[in-house]
Design a protein around this ligand. Sequence first.
Ligand SMILES: Nc1ncnc2c1ncn2[C@@H]1O[C@H](COP(=O)(O)OP(=O)(O)O)[C@@H](O)[C@H]1O
Ligand SMILES: [Mg+2]
Length: 376
Amino acid sequence: MKILFIGARLYHSVADYVHEKGITSIMSESNPDSPNLKLPDKVHIVPRGMEAPIELALKEDVDAVLPLIGIDGPLIDLGKMKDQLEEEYGIPVIASNEFSASISSSKKKTKEFFLKNKIETPDYQIINQKNASDFDNTSQIEMEYPSVLKQNQGQGGVGIIVAQNKNDAEDYFQKYDETIVEKYIKGYEISVEVLKWQEKSIPLVAVFKGETTIDGTHPLDKIKNAPADIPGLSNELAREMALKITNLMGSEGNTDVDMIFEPSSGNLYAIEMNTRPSGTRYLTAASSDIYPLHQMVDMATGDWDVKNVEKNLKKYFAIEVPVGVFKGPKTVPSSQIFNGFNSWVAHGPKNYERVTIRSENKKDLYKTAKNLKIII
Ligand SMILES: Nc1ncnc2c1ncn2[C@@H]1O[C@H](COP(=O)(O)OP(=O)(O)O)[C@@H](O)[C@H]1O
Ligand SMILES: [Mg+2]
């Protein structure tokens, strides 16, 4: 079995697993300074874009292609590549097709998709040069405060603000040609990763990512835990919503759906969907014992069995803390695996490190955090 991996940055999370399975690993990477380039059997440094990986897949005669790409930019090209390699050459590509990538990477198309499919999402309006000129000036645009102002594209909160008054909104409109103005939901952020391959799909654990705040702090900077334990919210409801959206979009591999639960109304709103490995994958693995990236390897080898995932799905207690610079023991476990209870993994880019801990109960969790010099 030979797999072409696209992108080395996340490869350390699957390297041991790939090795154990006896898979020959070919890597396509555009950055010669990328980490993890020593881990695969063979590395090709190629120009950016999907042309070179397509050529490589054919030249190396691989059995499957597994993109390990955690950013939005290349997703549409990746979807095109999937459609081409699968249709013309019968080589499976563990990723979302062009259709779902084009929806998920546009917040506008995502909103339209939610509305069309009657999926609850916060009310919104689009303000652009054209309709803004219907007003004498932007201060006449009717808007509640606070309101969330977003751009069509972006991840990690880039280009998003919570406008608290007219001034904030006008400053923002000056900067951009078009804005999505979304109703601010005061509530709890939840996300659920979904695995889907061919006709089978399963939602993993409901992750709690913190409360929404009017200063617009992104969940990346908040303490998160799984499974979510929010009064009034059934985690099953969140898992069902994530599954429904994934199935409707037909996205494959590893995706996640972001939601906000509003306690005052009891509504669960879908915010967006990401058709790529998610930032919550460590927390998901710590809590459910299902490693989303390993699952993608199984999809590539043809060994993926949704029933096995369901059978092995655990509900361990897990927490993730953004620490910036990790000051815990020097000997960090190099494998990215949680080993029993009170195990932990430090991960993330330099100065933006996060530590994910798995425990049997809350008390142990605090003990482990204290041992690691993490303040919660
Ligand atoms: N309607 C909303 N109400 C309250 N907070 C929101 C709303 N939409 C987004 N946010 C906040 O902004 C963050 C980023 O928004 P999101 O649409 O998920 O974009 P990104 O792709 O940058 O993650 C959310 O995780 C949440 O904290
Ligand atoms: Mg998001």
